[in-house]
Write a protein that binds this ligand. Structure first.
Ligand code: NDP
Length: 322
């Protein structure tokens, strides 16, 4: 590993996770690191020439590869082939350009939602390829799984340490609040804020789809950012690593809705529409591997992170992705 100055290129640097990293590095400057955050305006990573140009321009020594075609359940279901092809192209262009430009380390982003549909819980890093993913997002999932296959190839053939991280559900400032985005936290925030804007009164009813009972793990984007910076500086293995809150920090969807309602100081009532589908009851991931490295890492308490995100959303509503 080079001891010199690191030039770190962050693809997907304009998204939820990328902006989280930007926020942390700005308040924690390290003069041996130059960070460059790029989005679609800087390059179309589906295109090899455009990707090569980006690498030639910035000459990174390290890459945090976050860029991806990302979408909610219904978008995935209707466009599985697009998710597969676009993400395969983006990932191959970034990894191969990194290799050709002698990049020392690449950290790419998988997700806990690409794991086998039929599995035992908690899921861990050894289970990624153990069976087909859920049919609703097979395109996204197989493209993501191939990153791990490709990383192993670069190691076997060239000794490269190109690795991957596996976050659970992420939320925070700069999330996508568009109703079609369908990630549960920004979707609930958007709907509740729309309701509150009509008047925050006791007769208002906020309906949550499903029973509210399913369990999920959520990581605050600023906590994930700190962990990604740790991976960049100190984790030197090709093997994927799950970046998730502890199993004890799993929350129900009703806890999520109540915490958001409290953060907005919502005066009305929450109602659960139990006729709507709940989805999988749980998808618990184990962060045991992460905890072996960082036993003392403190995740921001869920209610604080939700409050910060709600405050950010209210203050930045006009510029947010709505
Ligand atoms: P966002 O949707 O917020 O951001 C996506 C980023 O990718 C944007 O910066 C976007 O640029 C860029 N991008 C998309 N297509 C291209 C392209 N063709 N060329 C160049 N750049 C492109 O995503 P997140 O921050 O939520 O996700 C980051 C990573 O984390 C992804 O790999 C995702 O799969 C993974 N992940 C996310 C989770 C979550 O809950 N959000 C959970 C687990 C993993 P622009 O802004 O210009 O459009």
């Amino acid at each position: 590993m080079s001891e010199g100055r690191k030039i770190i290129l962050v693809t997907g640097g304009t998204g939820l996770v990328g902006r989280g990293i930007q926020n942390i590095v700005e308040s924690n400057k390290n003069k041996n690191e130059k960070w460059i955050f790029v989005g679609t305006k800087d390059a179309d990573l589906c295109d090899k020439k455009s990707t090569e140009k980006l690498f030639k321009k910035h000459k990174p020594t390290h890459v945090v590869h976050l860029a991806a075609m990302v979408g909610g359940l219904f978008h995935n279901m209707a466009h599985n082939l697009d998710f597969l092809r676009k993400n395969i192209h983006i990932n191959d262009n970034v990894l191969q350009s990194a290799h050709e430009n002698d990049v020392i380390k690449v950290i790419s982003c998988l997700s806990t939602c690409i794991f086998p549909d039929e599995t035992i819980y908690p899921i861990d890093e050894s289970m990624i390829h153990n069976g087909p993913p859920h049919p609703s997002n097979y395109g996204y999932s197989y493209a993501k799984r191939l990153i791990d296959v490709q990383n192993r190839g670069y190691y076997e053939q060239y000794g490269r340490i190109y690795t991957s991280i596996v976050p659970c559900n992420v939320f925070g400032p700069n999330d996508n609040f568009h109703p079609g985005a369908s990630h549960v936290i920004p979707a609930l925030m958007r709907r509740l804020y729309d309701l509150i804007k009509e008047g925050n009164t006791e007769d208002k009813v906020f309906t949550i789809l499903g029973s509210g009972r399913p369990l999920r793990q959520f990581i605050y984007s600023l906590d994930l950012a700190k962990l990604i910076i740790w991976v960049l500086r100190d984790y030197n293995s090709v093997e994927p690593i799950i970046l998730s809150v502890d199993e004890s920090q799993e929350v129900t969807i009703s806890q999520v809705a109540e915490t958001i309602a409290k953060a907005f100081n919502f005066k009305g009532k929450l109602v659960y529409d139990t006729s709507a589908a709940d989805g999988q009851y749980k998808k618990t991931a184990s962060n045991e591997k992460l905890r072996k490295y960082l036993p003392d890492f403190k995740f921001t308490p869920f209610n604080e992170a939700i409050k910060d995100t709600v405050d950010w959303y209210i203050q930045n509503y006009d510029q947010a992705r709505n």
